[in-house]
Design a protein around this ligand. Sequence first.
Ligand code: BGC
Length: 744
Amino acid sequence: MRKHIPILTFVFILLLQGFICYAQKKTIDQKVDSVLKMMTLDEKIGQMNQYNGPWGATGPLTNDNNLLSQIKEGKVGSMLNVTGVKRTRELQELAMQSRLKIPLLFGQDVIHGYRTIFPIPLAEAASWDMEAIERSARIAATEASAAGIHWTFAPMVDIARDPRWGRVMEGAGEDPYLGSMIAVARVKGFQGKGFGHTDAVMACAKHFAAYGAAVGGRDYNSVDMSLRQLHEVYLPPFKAAAAAGAASFMNSFNDLNGIPATGNSYLQRDILKKEWGFKGFVVSDWGSVGEMIPHGYAKDNYEAAILAANAGSDMDMESRSYIKNLAQAVKEGKVKIAVIDEAVRRLLKKKFEMGLFDDPYRFCNEEREKQQWDNQAHLHAELDIAKRSVVLLKNEQNVLPIKRSDQTIALIGPFVKAKSDNLGFWSYDWPDDSLRVVSLWEGMQKKASKGTKLLYAKGCNIIDTSSSGFEEAVEAANKADVVIMSIGEARDMSGEAKSRSNIHLPGVQEELVKAVAATGKPIIVLISAGRPLVFNTVAEKAKAILYTWWLGTKAGDAMTDILFGDYNPSGKLPMSFPITEGQIPVYYNHFNTGRPAKDDNDRFYRSAYTDLSLYPAYPFGFGLSYTHFSYSGITLNKESIKPGETLKASITVTNIGSMEGKETVQLYIRDLVGSVVRPVKELKGFQQVTLKPGESKEIYFAITANDLRFYNDKLLYKYEPGDFKLFIGTNSRDVKEADFKLIK
Ligand code: BGC
């Protein structure tokens, strides 16, 4: 009998915890209901209204002079672009003068850091390191929440296959599996231990949905795709974010198959709220309710408000369509009061969960704000993930890492002394950036040995066409043993409304590389950018290429550590890099044609262009290391599995180089015959392993029938028995393969 006591106690504790949770949940629901009962229709609609603050904007402003009085009248539920304890407190005080004293929510685009700027999300994705990505979001939340912010408009989880689209920088690249894992890591990071903790901010998965598939990579453009593709490629990261508990979703500017996302009830009601059981709320994108008018979907703002609310958009960001029209729409029976109540319930619930009804100023602590202003541990973490994000694309004759011996190094290019350009789009300009942000030049000064001479020549600017600095650059190169060139895109060249048809290096930077290469000196090129660029000539001329994206506050230190080999690069591309713009879209998980080519010369069997290779410049998952890894063949524990069984695939990876290094071992599968055609490869898993020189490790992957599911032509998510290929390797192209079957 005695031995049952611990079990009983355990069960009792579980029941008690369950009851407490239930009681707390019930209490919040009850509280929401009791507030709702007291609210007038205008107050309810006020909760569904979000305004931009008077201090800065991230979209076209709708001018309004009586913003402050509207807060006092309870006509505003949330503000964006209001940061800092002082300002958020000031506005919250106005909300506390409203009849029901419902606190405001302060939302902000904290996309890759707040005070400490982290690598852009696409760069972080290249780390394939979920812990590091979660940590980065955690720190962003800690700093933002200390500045009065309750809610970040992140993560952006849009799958993107088109690097002309400027917003690729905000996402995790082209793959739904990697994208889903990263979505979860970011949601967990932002929301931390959960609402109620003052360092947790609400996450917002955006832009729902398929914004990344805008025709031609042109921002805000239409999207037309099969529902199968939508479910299989574009929705998984959203689904994962919802399952991870993301507090909110933001809809998107694009129309999807003819219906703007903001007025799309298939997306917002049927899929998100019904099928996925999402309990949070949906905010529109900036002005997207009103933008249904130019889309040609709504006649006027009145109709736009009706369509958006009925479709499940709970909050109107900056269109002012709800506040002006919804009351009338309810009176005329065009929007049911139940629709309004449901939206307000969702919104109030989050305000309760965040603890704002208990204390509307709980994020307004000046002491905490000060503490987070100069958090050295955060800078240290930023440096760490910046290093993990860099991708080594080429390293001829092991020119990298640079020897520590005394020598002359010429640092050439417009990025060598760049500061804010390292921060990238969606980052803040802090007054002390010139001191905090580390340039490559500063990083190198700190690390180079005493006897090393560093020379500098800018060569040219990032964008303009003057080559007047070339001579000086060539002179510096001539005096050097080795040349490091730091080039790329300016901070605002990738981001919202930054689509580019030409994604070559801007200005005369490519010419600069050619001029310097003519000296015959070994050149190492670092490319800083917010998207995959086209840089074939540079790749030809350079001995080594490091893709450094936009690395954030400690960019220069991260680059220097990698150049000197204090960190062995381990990043892998989260997007395929095209050879040229004409190849776009190019992505690894495409379908086969009926005439798949064996190689570029296979005339009637090519599905590409006569003047272009079939293959991208660098494939998805690609990234080198200063060491080399060899892969054994794949061993499977069985040749076939039944549903419910597990296939174990193993491979031995050996470090055959002379430096310790980290490898990301990638698992792909292909379903050879399906009721609908299947991609030539699909990422299904990956593992990171750090190996010393000479060290080997056996890596295991487990696959079950559930991993083989896909959306069939009835949109059912099912596996189909048949033949499969399994690939394991260092990127999506260079893999070992094995065959297996799924049987009934
Ligand atoms: C962007 C969103 C952003 C919002 C608020 C819009 O223009 O598309 O991603 O969160 O502005 O700044």
